[in-house]
Design a binder for this molecule. Structure first.
Ligand code: ATP
Ligand code: MG
Length: 356
């Protein structure tokens, strides 16, 4: 019985990194019909761990993320879409899991280390932020998810979850399931760089092309993209590795697009070869990338605009999803407390059903 859990922080609208890194895959998995249950979580509580002073940002982005989901093809009839903060059982689970993890183990988490640096926390790291890998373990295990489709930055979180599961199951009773991370098949999609060339496109850095960007914004952002700094004149030989424009082409280009927009080449390999040899300007490459992104994003943007006209319907869907998710998490929490021997009033001796 395969169960999926995955999600996003409502810290902004979703971007191309989310699309190729996780969203596209989720939709394929959802439509494969192979999964017993699919849970998609809008991680507002996790977003608050580094946005406690910016509640409105998190609040306002809940519906934005939900719109992005539906516009990309997630379907509430097939997937349970819910809001993390509405499931208090997740906090309870985190509280018990905290006793199974050491401070030094959290300090070693490379993604958290990197995010602390990016956010400039220095010595003022919020405790909630520092411990978010534990809360993520609660999110995954509450739904007994065994499959977690994510981008590469999430691998340390899944590893932390697996350790917590093993520790819990061996100390108490084997009630938790060890999850497996599923990365995109195309490795460039596991960590799409930002348009500024930074290692990761990220809402919190603001180096993104959003799924909802207007046609004009996409064009402007593509034109402003970082390329190969050594490729100064068209005739200079260029580098395609570590060149964000080519990385985006690796993620999005199909051979059909050459026929449609750039018939001088049959495929991406031919185009890369020309760039490396020299004689192919960045302007041509960017123009081609722009055509592709316009084609990929137009249907998503149009569907999104239509859905945005009825926000009450979106909130209704999130409410229904949260009710369903809560039932599942409550069942797991009850099993966890029984395994730990702290479900006191469910024990006959404590419930008063047995007189002492
Ligand atoms: P924030 O900056 O607030 O952390 P984010 O852009 O990193 O936002 P998240 O909500 O943290 O987005 O990530 C949600 C999912 O999207 C995770 O599975 C993550 O691995 C994946 N993801 C995020 N950014 C990228 C990216 N640039 N390339 C591939 N996958 C990504
Ligand atoms: Mg992130």
């Amino acid at each position: 019985m395969d169960v999926i859990l995955t999600g996003d922080r409502p810290t902004g609208k979703l971007h191309l990194g989310h699309y190729v890194g996780s969203l596209k895959r989720r939709v394929e998995l959802q439509n494969s019909g192979k999964y017993h249950n699919i849970f998609i979580m809008i991680a507002d509580a996790q977003a608050l761990t580094d946005n406690a002073d910016n509640i409105n940002k998190v609040r306002n982005n809940i519906s934005e993320v939900a719109l992005d989901y539906l516009a990309c093809g997630l379907d509430p009839k097939k997937s349970t879409i819910f809001i993390q903060s509405q499931i208090p059982e997740l906090c309870e689970l985190s509280f018990y899991y905290m006793n199974l993890v050491t401070v030094s183990r959290l300090q070693r988490n490379p993604t958290v280390k990197n995010e602390i640096q990016l956010r400039g926390f220095k010595q003022s790291i919020p405790v909630g932020f520092f411990t978010y890998p534990i809360s993520q373990a609660a999110d995954i295990t509450a739904f007994k998810a065994n499959i977690v489709p994510v981008g590469e930055d999430q691998l340390p979180m899944i590893e932390q979850t697996r350790e917590i599961v093993r520790s819990f199951n061996s100390q108490y009773k084997p009630v938790l399931i060890e999850p497996t991370a599923v990365l995109p098949e195309n490795s460039v999609c596991s960590r799409l760089p930002g348009i500024d060339g930074a290692a990761k496109m990220s809402k919190s850095i603001g180096n993104c092309i959003y799924l909802s960007d207007s046609s004009n914004d996409i064009k402007k952002k593509v034109q402003s993209m970082f390329t190969d700094p050594t490729h100064l004149r068209v005739e200079d030989p260029g580098h395609t590795e570590n060149n964000p424009v080519f990385i985006y082409l690796d993620a999005f280009c199909k051979d059909e697009y050459f026929k449609e927009f750039l018939p001088a080449y049959q495929n991406l390999d031919e185009m890369k070869e020309h760039y490396r040899r020299g004689g192919l300007g960045d302007g041509v490459v960017k123009k081609f990338l722009n055509e592709i992104l316009q084609t990929e994003l137009k249907p998503i943007r149009e569907k999104r605009e239509l859905l945005a006209q009825d926000l009450p319907r979106i909130f209704y869907m999130l409410h229904q999803g949260s009710i369903k998710a809560r039932e599942v998490a409550a069942q797991t929490l009850s099993e966890v407390k029984t395994a730990m021997g702290i479900n006191y009033f469910k024990d006959d001796i404590f419930s008063g059903r047995i007189e002492i």
